[in-house]
Design a protein around this ligand. Structure first.
Ligand SMILES: [Zn+2]
Length: 465
């Protein structure tokens, strides 16, 4: 049996220089320069072409699908193993210690935008294909590295790709965490809206948050009313809940701000929702019907409840845990009414339509409407499936650790595969620096990932004796 770790180590310098080459292309979406020849701008297109060129040089089959995605393929057989990575990156942002598009090596790390998301993992999978080919392992499946160029901004790359190309029978995506993520919750965006406005609403505006996938850390409200004790009441509320805020009063105009704590929507309990807290305070203050309905509704639906009990959206399963709700964007206007945009992360065995219908019926009694803005189904591969069993064996063999199965509330690139899981390449306990300043990949881990992917390709696609 081949020692894949040794084979990967031998390739260290080639691996690093290939990754540097790829990082040196600033493959950030640039819609101002988009054309048929480069739908996502020059950077993503150049990065895709570089990868396909490498495939040609290694004697493999390549295909460019409308300059949006492409593949490098080796092996023979009816069945197809897909490995899904992407070469587009998010913008660098400011404050880097090392140039973001260079691939600077220091402290056993390679720094650069895309080092861990997802150029490093894509190059690791690519190197794995090469060492499997060089080792002359006979394959009974085709193995295809599918390279997207729009993962960060809407998956248009893989949408187009799978309109034209076959869906792999099995696959994995090195664009998240090791060991194996086999359950990804469904993600729906809901808009809840209240109306019932009077002529002179006390609430003039109420705003918090800009994205449904984050817990809002700042909320503001402007009120038109006379209220003698509001300042001291607000102080008391802030103290009681150990949060910060401020209040300004000018005649009968009152402006309140409240600071919460930001967190990702996949676990709202990690944050403090500024909008929910501000509504919780205002529910004892508002008396006009539209204003009162809005803040009362927010408070009863979301205060100290991120699991949707009041809305009848709550659900739990063992495969993926609790369904969660994050109220991410709040907006109230005294003419049109109030809205709350919510990210619902639902468990893999959730009865989406039934639960939403129940919620709709419940809310209609309170004059609240609910709209499904978007919905992405859960993604799940059963733990007894041969794909999971094989990848678990590989992971254990290469790392000595058990491959604990992970369930997450976020979505990974693997969702676009029919039967596929996220498989690396961030190891357990490693800091996630994707999209951060000074993004890096640990060089030893990069080599280890090559060994794991090479072993996985053989486990899943070679002729077993
Ligand atoms: Zn990614």
């Amino acid at each position: 049996m081949i020692n894949w770790m040794e084979e990967a180590q031998k390739k260290q310098s080639e691996l690093l220089s290939e990754l540097q080459q790829l990082i040196q292309i600033p493959s950030v979406l640039d819609e101002t320069q988009s054309s048929e020849g480069q739908p996502f701008g020059p950077g993503p297109n150049e990065a895709l072409k570089l990868m396909l060129q490498k495939g040609i040089e290694a004697g493999m089959k390549v295909k460019n699908v409308d300059q949006m995605a492409g593949h490098i393929e080796m092996g023979e057989g009816d069945e197809l193993l897909g490995i899904l990575g992407h070469v587009d990156v998010v913008p660098a942002g400011k404050g880097w210690t090392y140039p973001p598009f260079e691939g600077h090596i220091e402290n056993n790390r390679l720094y650069g935008r895309g080092a861990i998301d997802d150029k490093g993992p894509t190059i690791a999978a690519w190197m794995a294909m090469k060492i499997v080919k060089e080792a002359g392992i006979p394959l009974n499946k085709r193995v295809r590295l599918i390279i997207g160029t729009d993962e960060e901004s809407g998956f248009r790359c893989v949408k187009r790709y799978f309109e034209k190309e076959e869906m792999p029978h099995i696959g994995f995506a090195p664009d998240a965490d090791f060991p194996i993520i086999n359950a990804e919750k469904g993600i729906a965006t809901l808009q809840l809206a209240t109306s019932k406005l009077e002529q002179d609403e006390q609430l003039q505006s109420f705003t918090a948050g800009t994205r449904t996938n984050m817990v809002p850390d700042l909320a503001r409200a402007v009120l038109h009313l006379k209220h003698e004790a509001i300042e001291s009441k607000f102080e008391q509320f802030l103290n009681e809940h150990k949060i910060q805020g401020s209040i300004k009063t000018d005649q009968h105009v009152i402006e309140l701000t409240l600071e919460g704590k930001s967190a990702h929507a996949m676990e709202p309990n990690d944050g403090v929702n500024a909008g929910v807290y501000l509504a919780e305070f205002l529910k004892g203050i508002m008396t006009t019907s539209g204003s009162k309905t809005y803040v009362n509704f927010i408070s009863s639906s979301f205060f100290e409840d991120s699991r949707g009990h009041t809305l009848a959206l709550n659900y739990h399963d063992d495969e993926s845990g609790d369904t969660t709700l994050n109220a991410g964007i709040f907006s109230f206007n005294p003419v049109s009414g109030g809205t709350i945009d919510v990210s619902l992360r639902y468990s893999v065995t959730y009865s989406f339509e039934q639960k939403l219908t129940e919620c709709q019926q419940l809310l209609s009694e309170f004059g609240v409407s609910i709209d499904i803005v978007s919905n992405s189904n859960p993604h799940y591969v059963d733990q007894s499936d041969e794909l999971i069993q094989s990848l678990s064996r590989v992971y254990k063999r290469q790392t000595g650790e058990n491959a604990t199965l992970l369930s997450i509330g976020g979505g990974t690139y693997a969702r676009v595969l029919q039967k596929g899981v996220a498989f690396g390449m961030l190891f357990p306990g490693e800091k996630d620096v994707a999209h951060q300043v000074d993004e890096f990949v640990d060089i030893q881990n990069l080599i280890k990932a090559v060994a794991i992917y090479a072993d996985a390709i053989c486990e899943l696609a070679s002729i077993k004796s």
